[in-house]
Ligand binder design. Structure first.
Ligand SMILES: C[S@@+](CC[C@H](N)C(=O)[O-])C[C@H]1O[C@@H](n2cnc3c(N)ncnc32)[C@H](O)[C@@H]1O
Length: 250
């Protein structure tokens, strides 16, 4: 069964994040079977427990850890743009791997810029631009100003619009957001750079994949172990960006 995060599930998650179990229980009271199921599954999830133990802000950290372990997309000195960064777990993974705090004096120092519609609590070594809509041209300008040299070496997108529960509509909206990132890429992604983006699989996935294949030397589909089996979520990892003429109006 597909259990996509609806706004009520988000409220439950926020309550849990802040250890407000009573509030979470209240949210649960009188809610639908699906929401109850979602909460129960969340409380039992081994990645949720591991995130608590390892002090990650949410379980999604393990998806990036897994992808990075296999594909080595983050290394010291790289500039990372983390789109849809709240609550900040992917940035937590990126900061030490690109040496954004300069902890390793023998390695180049990287940079992490996180952007989200929601507020993100500060994180040492990361710069957050929030609340901000990545798809808004004004945000785009700020991103270029904040990135050292105006470019990123890696664009991460774990962005997800508020799900309506209408599968095709949610799929279309997420694909459009990824396409907007691709339109921004000529201006902000360094040639040879990497794009990792989440989609919800559906009828337009191949459009995005086709464009990625045209604009990057290599593209692959990834379903991390940490991604719930019943979720239609998959990640596209595109590497070795070939520069394309800018299409973003400035
Ligand atoms: C699954 S969460 C990301 C979790 C994050 N990767 C982490 O590890 O903490 C998806 C995020 O995308 C954000 N988002 C959705 N649409 C956005 C947009 N247009 N601009 C910026 N952020 C957006 C949401 O606010 C939400 O916080």
């Amino acid at each position: 069964m597909q259990l996509r995060l609806t706004s009520r599930c988000w409220k439950l998650l926020c309550a849990l994040r802040h250890e407000r179990f009573h509030t979470a229980a209240q949210h649960c009271k009188g809610r639908t079977g699906t929401e109850h199921l979602w909460l129960m599954r969340h409380l039992k999830d081994p990645y949720v427990k591991a995130a608590k133990v390892e002090c990650y802000r949410c379980r999604s950290a393990f998806k990036l850890l897994e992808i990075n372990k296999k594909h080595k997309i983050l290394r010291p000195g790289l500039r990372v743009l983390d789109c849809g960064a709240a609550p900040g777990a992917w940035s937590q993974v990126a900061v030490p791997r690109v040496n954004a705090t300069g902890t390793d004096p023998s390695s180049p120092v990287g940079f992490v810029l996180g952007v989200d519609l929601l507020h993100i609590h500060p994180l040492e070594g990361a710069t957050f631009l929030c609340p901000a809509d990545v798809t808004n041209p004004k945000t785009f300008q700020r991103i270029m100003e904040l990135l050292p040299g105006g470019k990123a070496d890696v664009i991460l997108s774990d962005m997800a619009p508020n799900a309506t529960g209408i599968r095709d509509l949610d799929h279309d909206r997420l694909i459009s957001m990824c396409l907007t990132l691709l339109d921004m890429a000529p201006d902000i992604l360094h040639p040879g750079g990497t794009l990792l983006c989440k989609i919800w699989a559906g009828s337009r996935s191949h459009w995005l994949q086709k464009r990625l294949t045209e604009e990057f030397q290599s593209t692959r589909n990834i379903k991390p172990e940490a991604s719930r089996k019943e979720s239609s979520e998959v990640y596209f990892l595109a590497t070795q960006y070939r520069r394309r003429k800018s299409s973003v109006k400035q």
